[in-house]
Design a protein around this ligand. Structure first.
Ligand code: PHE
Length: 339
């Protein structure tokens, strides 16, 4: 008699499609034992036929459904194996891939920008090409003024859409008029950006350099506000204790104007002791000239404010102890890679 249990047990041992095929041949194919068992029924007596028919057709149902379940199981297994072996591991690293990083100057600039934004300053870069009005006249430098000579720059032949001639800006102060008109008062603004000048290049001067300029306008703003905000900003940016002292200075768009000397705390890594650096002249500043406010449509009797700026390369040089600012832009990889 056909042994259904044996067939089911055998099927349980089947794990591959080859084994499944051979199981099929053994039981269900033309010469399979189940198929033959059905054929053999012909030689049985009617009584036996009835009995055997019942057993065999039950066996057929059980085995076929178990067979089909097995077939599905194996095909899912195969698909999964295929998916596994098709995986391309994109995380694998090739050797010697060089990844870039921000230049030291960009890093210091971005950190300073974040600090200013967190202190509620609006920020704009502006454009490198500006009108003579923006660069000079709007900040109280008539075109005949000697300061235009001091800040000589490149004059562009093409004109802007309004027909005004353009120059490469010599100072981020060229943004003051634009920022006041755009954002109105009260205003807390920071304008980082590239400026260009006719300069003899040396360790502390370059023909292109970055300025970081702040502009604050509100009612009743005094020099005390200015000093406090400047000190706080410098301490946040330089990440050390900072002292500032103010001397009179001249810039046409501020009155009074100041030159600011800065000294800061340095940690001597060898001894663990802190000491103060030498005084360094790295900032320019002043209370905004009434004329600058007027030119931007603000009543100087009602509002006052201050502006100050720092050379970004000087700032980075101070913070990282770099002696020559030309390293920032000359593309020397030994320098770039060491930060
Ligand atoms: N714009 C001036 C310069 O480049 C610097 C300055 C900015 C001075 C803001 C005072 C206030 O020389």
């Amino acid at each position: 008699m056909f042994d259904i249990n044996k067939a089911v047990q055998e099927l349980e041992q089947v794990h591959t499609s080859e084994q499944l095929e051979s199981f099929f041949q053994t039981y269900l194919g033309k010469q399979g034992s189940l198929t033959l068992a059905f054929k053999d029924m012909a030689s049985l007596s009617p009584e036996e036929k009835k009995e055997a028919g019942k057993v065999l057709s039950e066996a057929k149902t059980v085995i076929w459904s178990a067979y089909e379940a097995k077939e599905r199981e194996i095909s899912i297994q195969q698909i999964n194996q295929q998916l596994q072996s098709d995986i391309v591991d994109i995380s694998l690293e090739k050797e010697h891939i060089e990844t870039g990083h921000y230049s030291l100057l960009a890093k210091v600039r971005r950190e300073a920008e974040e600090i200013c934004k967190s202190m509620g300053f609006v920020m704009e870069y502006g454009t490198d090409l500006v009108t003579k009005f923006e660069n000079f006249e709007s900040v109280n430098i008539p075109l005949s003024h000697p300061a235009t000579e001091m800040q000589d720059t490149i004059y562009i032949t093409e004109k802007d859409p309004r027909g005004e001639s353009l120059i490469l800006r010599t100072q981020t102060s060229s943004m003051q008029n634009y920022m006041i008109k755009k954002y109105g008062v009260p205003l807390r603004a920071v304008m980082p950006g590239k400026v260009y000048r006719y300069e003899n290049m040396d360790a502390t001067h370059d023909t292109m350099f970055y300025q970081l300029e702040w502009l604050v306008i509100d009612k009743d703003i005094t020099i005390a506000h200015f000093k406090h905000i400047m000190d706080k900003l410098l301490e946040a940016i330089l990440q050390t204790k900072v002292e500032t002292r103010m001397r009179p200075g001249y810039f046409p768009f501020v009155e009074p104007g100041f030159e600011i000397d800065v000294r800061y705390e340095i940690l001597d890594k060898a001894t663990g002791e802190k000491h103060l650096s030498k005084w360094m002249e790295i900032l320019g500043a002043g209370m905004i000239h009434p004329r600058v406010l007027e030119l931007a449509g603000i009543d100087p009797k009602e509002y006052s404010g201050f502006a100050f700026w720092i050379g970004l390369s000087r700032l980075a040089a101070v913070r990282y102890g770099i002696k020559d600012i030309r390293y920032f832009t000359n593309g020397d990889l030994r320098f770039a890679k060491s930060f």
